[in-house]
Design a protein around this ligand. Structure first.
Ligand SMILES: Cc1ncc(COP(=O)(O)O)c(C=O)c1O
Length: 483
């Protein structure tokens, strides 16, 4: 960025000119509009997108902070929550809150669990959250924010689903809640929710099912006859569920919910109220205070526009594409599908080619596929989330994928996944802040822009213990955001 652009402008500029500049700047981003991004973006088509924009715009400025001033925003939120609870078979006592995303829903769930335990099990001084190693990273963020100890349990190394016996064994007198995913983000597999629910009931602990990515998909897939297993609030023992609307609900970003089976017992532990200052009384059901009512308005609009019928059609088409993609990957001899994912998320690894190189090759052909590091039982792999926006281009994607795999296989007899060089591994035994800074600089030039080629960096990061990797990527991204 030039110095001229970097400082606060003296003169204002013409709106049209600014919008044109924004459009130009967008050209550096990957083109999701052609369905070339297998995650991050959920597009239900031009009519849906146009409604989202109009509804969002109508409520862009309304402030969700104060339901007495903007009661219509609260009513929209309650409508959305009623629809969500209906899909999740909440029953008559269930309540929820609309949040800004999956991460906020998980943060609130963990805070609620901690404060519920403080009230009901005051003997617990060091609360623990029981997590299969496939649970989303945001649970760790919640533990970090709210001083809860994460206890990680290995999953079944073939299916990548939570192992109920291992989970039961890891419960201690300090366990306040256990977690399952339906499905997990990384592998797209659904944990055995009923068996885990029985354990939660027997041990008298709370049980969160993370349906962030599955909440607006599984209920429809189940109705269409797909084998989803059990996942919702009707399963005995399940006390809370997160579900995102801004993923497979095709809402605008900033839309998720945390739902509680026993709303009157649980939800208030999330709230924060403060009138002990000189200003207005703050009563926040969720993390944010001032917030645009745009996301809830857009969410309400898309759910009512599509209705059950619309979502059933989206899921049916997406499932057909996901099955075709799964079949095609299974037929590529160099690739191995991980676990038995049956919905629209999947992961594959390879012991023939370097999957991080594959991601780079595909990027050169303008496809985004997501590299995932090895962790626990899971080898380095590529993740795909398939959604409506990917439907028109996925056969071309499969052709490119096959070609790239072949090219890599021709170039390298063996997978190039690296071991961490000994001298670098030794440096990490006693890492200094300077070391991370030097390594980040080594990876990313002056560090102010994302690097061109990620495969070598990913290979090195993959070979590191995650706590070292976490410090390094923090340093790396910190440099990237440097102004
Ligand atoms: C299972 C699961 N939980 C939580 C999240 C976090 O959601 P968000 O990115 O909306 O904060 C995701 C995101 O993909 C997810 O798949």
């Amino acid at each position: 960025m030039s110095q001229e652009n970097a400082v606060f402008p003296m003169q204002g500029r013409d709106s049209e000119e600014l919008l044109k500049e924004l459009k130009d700047r967008q050209k550096q981003d990957l083109n999701w509009r052609e369905g070339r991004v297998f995650s991050y973006v959920y597009d239900a088509g031009p009519e849906a997108m146009s409604l989202l924009k109009d509804a969002f715009n109508m409520y862009l400025t309304e402030n969700g902070l104060d339901p007495t001033t903007f009661p219509s925003a609260m009513e929209l939120e309650k409508d959305v929550l009623r629809m969500a609870l209906d899909l999740m078979n909440g029953g008559s006592e269930a309540e929820g809150s609309f949040t800004s995303g999956g991460t906020e829903s998980l943060l609130l769930s963990v805070k609620t669990a901690r404060d519920f335990a403080r009230e009901n099990k005051p003997e617990i001084r060091e609360p623990e959250l029981l997590l299969p190693e496939t649970a989303h990273a945001s649970f760790f963020k919640a533990c970090h924010y709210f001083d809860v100890k994460p206890v990680v349990v290995p999953v079944d190394p073939i299916s990548f689903t939570a192992d109920p016996a291992a989970m039961a064994e890891a419960i201690t007198p300090n366990t306040i809640m256990m977690v399952a995913s339906a499905p997990s983000y990384a592998h797209g597999v659904i944990d055995p929710v009923r068996e885990l629910g029985e354990i939660a009931l027997e041990k008298d602990i709370l049980f969160h099912v993370d349906c962030c990515v599955g909440g607006m998909y599984l209920p429809f897939a189940k109705e269409l006859g797909f084998d989803t297993g059990e996942f919702d609030l009707s399963v005995p023992g399940v006390t809370q569920i997160s579900m995102d609307f801004h993923k497979l609900g095709y809402a605008a970003k900033g839309a998720s919910a945390i739902l509680y089976k026993h709303g009157h017992l649980m939800r208030r532990h999330q709230y924060f109220a403060w009138s002990g200052w000189t200003g207005y009384s703050v009563i926040n059901p969720t993390v944010m205070s001032t917030k645009s009512a745009g996301p809830v308005a857009a969410c309400w609009a898309i759910m009512n526009k599509l209705g059950k019928q619309g979502y059933l059609e989206l899921v049916e088409k997406t499932q057909a594409a996901a099955d075709e993609i799964r079949g095609a990957i299974a037929d590529i001899p160099q690739l191995n599908l991980l676990g038995d994912a049956r919905m629209n998320l999947l992961a594959f690894s390879s012991d023939k080619i370097d999957v991080f190189k594959l991601a780079e090759q595909m990027k050169k052909r303008n496809w985004y596929i997501q590299p995932q590091f090895a962790f626990g039982a899971s080898p380095a792999n590529i993740h795909l989330t398939i959604s409506h926006g990917n439907l028109h281009g996925f056969r071309e994607f499969l052709v490119d994928l096959k070609e790239c795999v072949q090219e890599l296989d021709n170039n390298e007899a063996k997978a190039a996944m690296v071991e961490l060089p000994e001298e670098i591994a030794a440096l990490f035994e006693n890492p200094s802040p300077q070391l991370f800074s030097d390594l980040a600089a080594m990876f990313g030039g002056d560090g102010s822009e994302p690097p061109e080629n990620m495969d070598e960096i990913n290979n090195l990061l993959n070979a590191m213990p995650h706590n070292i990797r976490d410090q390094l990527i923090t340093e790396f991204v910190n440099r990237m955001f440097s102004t």
